[in-house]
Write a protein that binds this ligand. Structure first.
Ligand SMILES: NC(=O)c1ccc[n+]([C@@H]2O[C@H](COP(=O)([O-])OP(=O)(O)OC[C@H]3O[C@@H](n4cnc5c(N)ncnc54)[C@H](OP(=O)(O)O)[C@@H]3O)[C@@H](O)[C@H]2O)c1
Length: 263
């Protein structure tokens, strides 16, 4: 399938590693010019080099912290100035801390809100005028399956990410038909986040091998494995392309069938 987005330009936040990087990879392979982002310059430089070695769109890196208003304004400006257009915004973020309710402070709640919600609010606000300029502007929010089914021990993710879905649904109405807005609700995918969890399980004798750790996270998944980041990247590229032209306001689970809710 040709995604028909060659020559377009995309900004992808929190993309020096993990799921954001996978989204960048899929868009680059479709010939999209991409701005990738993260706070650590060294990781970012490595990712830019790696993605520029693929045959496809051009990639530049812009370091910045998406909890900072001024860094977001700069990111959007760099994306537009560098490529002369901005067609696609893909939002990812770092994860909030894994905590039980009684372990959280007010500060944890406010910081999670800044990281997960205000980053999207500000990114959309800053990007809108550019997304409206072209034909087929899109926004894709990478969130979590925790908005569909609360995950034990993740009260911040379960609670705060719901706001991103409310925002996404509202934006789909307010910004259509010019701009389409969708969200991805992923379960465990094999990024550094999961690798680190498995490695600490190995160190703490929870697992006897890396594979046992992978199997643990895949236990309740009908497809019997966790997701690969590339699979999420391809969904992000599809949602950014006119091949998904009748999809907006959708929160799409990407979980190997593991969520049990009927809807
Ligand atoms: N992987 C999974 O299985 C999974 C499942 C469900 C939900 N999620 C959620 O999906 C999101 C992405 O997960 P991931 O697996 O891709 O995580 P990851 O592999 O840890 O990558 C996180 C990325 O975000 C960047 N980042 C973190 N905080 C940032 C900030 N304040 N400003 C700019 N960039 C920032 C990191 O770079 P720097 O550290 O250099 O800034 C890195 O590039 C997270 O919210 C996670 O909770 C992941």
């Amino acid at each position: 399938m040709n995604f028909e987005i060659e020559g377009n330009s995309a900004l992808i936040t929190a993309s020096s590693r993990g799921l954001g990087k996978a989204a960048a990879r899929s868009l680059v392979l479709e010939g999209v010019n991409v701005v990738v982002n993260g706070r650590n310059e060294e990781n970012l430089t490595k990712t830019v080099e790696e993605l520029n070695n693929l045959s496809g769109g051009r990639v530049i890196g812009q370091a910045g912290d998406i909890t900072k208003k001024e860094d977001i304004a700069k990111l959007v400006e760099v994306a537009y100035q560098e490529f002369g257009r901005l067609d696609h915004l893909v939002t990812s973020a770092g994860g909030p801390p894994d905590l039980l309710f009684e372990e959280t402070s007010d500060q944890d709640w406010y910081e999670s809100f800044d990281l997960l919600v205000m980053s999207v609010v500000r990114l959309v606000r800053e990007s809108l005028k550019y997304l409206r300029e072209g034909e087929g502007g899109t926004i894709v929010n990478i969130t979590s399956i925790s908005v569909k089914e609360a995950i034990p021990g993740l009260v911040l993710s379960n609670s705060v990410r719901m706001s991103v879905i409310g925002l996404m649904k509202t934006l789909a109405r307010e910004l259509g038909p010019e701009i389409r807005v969708n969200a991805i609700l992923q379960s465990a995918h094999e990024t550094d986040r999961i690798t680190n969890l498995i490695e600490s399980g190995l160190a703490g004798d929870k697992f006897s091998s890396y594979q046992e750790g992978l199997d643990f996270y895949a236990e309740d998944v009908p497809l019997k494995r966790i997701g690969q980041p590339e699979e999420l990247g391809d969904l992000a590229a599809f949602l950014s392309s006119p091949r998904s032209s009748y999809l907006t306001g959708a929160a799409i689970p990407l979980d190997g069938g593991s969520s049990r809710s009927n809807l």
